[in-house]
Design a binder for this molecule. Structure first.
Ligand code: SF4
Length: 197
């Protein structure tokens, strides 16, 4: 079956998924708006944000994290046509107040088969996780011992694939953990790796 047909099936399955109780009124962010089906890099982030992907349906677009991500991507001359972005959970987890929340372990486990099937379907030359939650979520697909602190911006072997753990480009992370200047350096390494292939 054609890759585009298989992707449409995956998209339809995710759109109909109601497994996570607190996300039953949210719609999965998985469509052609996530990017190319033949990406140079598959980015995996944590979850669609309230003002970002959950609103715009485009991962990392429409909020502060998205603005930084777009800046990082442009810094190595990549566009959305070169990449695909997905999340450890496809729906937007919210606190009772409506604010963004972290996905629970159970929600990440529920959604793990969508992530595994996306990776298998796209077969990307490089996977880049954005943040510790995304890096940890890969363990549900195949084990690894990487920590973000030790492995950040290194090209690693995982599950027969190339993996680069990166920090999340959220405002909080930029201020407290990994500055914009450092994240630009991390992306520079990604760009160099792509050129060296
Ligand atoms: S987050 Fe994933 S598993 Fe949970 S309801 Fe949405 S699509 Fe289904």
């Amino acid at each position: 079956m054609k890759q585009s047909t298989l992707f449409r099936q995956l998209e339809a399955e995710a759109a109909a998924c109601l497994i996570c109780e607190r996300m039953q009124d949210r719609k999965a962010v998985l469509s052609k708006l996530n990017g190319s089906l033949m990406p140079k890099i598959l980015f995996i982030a944590e979850a669609p944000g309230r003002n970002g992907a959950d609103r715009t349906r485009i991962p990392f677009h429409g909020d502060a994290s998205g603005k930084t991500f777009e800046q990082l991507l442009a810094s190595i001359n990549l566009t959305r046509a070169d990449i695909f972005i997905t999340n450890t959970v496809l729906c937007s987890p919210r606190k009772p107040s409506g604010a963004n929340d972290k996905p629970t372990r159970a929600e990440i486990r529920n959604c793990s088969h969508f992530l595994r099937r996306t990776i298998e379907l796209l077969h990307p030359p490089l996977i880049a996780t954005l943040g510790a939650v995304a890096l940890d979520a890969l363990r549900l697909i195949a084990p690894h011992d990487f920590t973000l602190k030790e492995a950040a911006a290194k090209v690693l072997e995982w599950n027969g694939r190339k993996l680069v753990p990166l920090y999340h480009p959220s405002p909080q992370v930029l201020i407290t953990v990994r500055s914009l200047a450092q994240q630009l350096e991390d992306f520079k390494m990604l760009g160099q790796w792509l050129k060296s292939r």
